[in-house]
Design a protein. Sequence first.
Length: 202
Amino acid sequence: MTQLLGNLQRRMKTVRELQDIVDTMKTMPSLNINTYEKVDVSLAEYFRVIETAFCAVLRQYPLASLVEPKKFSSGRVGLVVFGSDQGMVGQFNDCLVAAVAQEASLQEEPCLVWCMGEKMGLKLQEAALPLSISRLERVPDVASKIIRLMESMLLDIVDKQEKDGLAELLLFYNQAQPGGRYKPAVEQLLPLDAAWLQELVE
């Protein structure tokens, strides 16, 4: 009986230690997500600066010259997809795959994809979607590396646009919601949204 109790106590101790490890593993992604949420706040402020700059440009140039619909009339659709490389974030990448799949199914040719997040890229490949992954990058482990990576990725996109043309460029990401939740969001990067520019003019 004493031996049985001793074995049970050791097993209970092992279970508690495993629980501590799991709790730590769950906490680490949360800390990293908090870092990226702070970056998101900074980017919102940066976006307001961009809007102010566009207001200045629109005072000098007509709206039609900025949109240039003919420039994007042909070519493939490009998708910039921001996933996660964290191990325990539930359906964070899965819900984005569904959003990307919906867009890809609407296109006649495979979409070109610039993907941030190796795990996200793997999910896209496993889904066997009509996609051509142009670039796949691991999510930077520190926020300061994001800028350099995005500069490099943007140069790739510009090069592709100049060589082959892009009919459209869309951004897919998970948008923070109240209560620590997220939902897929899509933004049109190119061609410039005429309605958005018109709002700035007004």
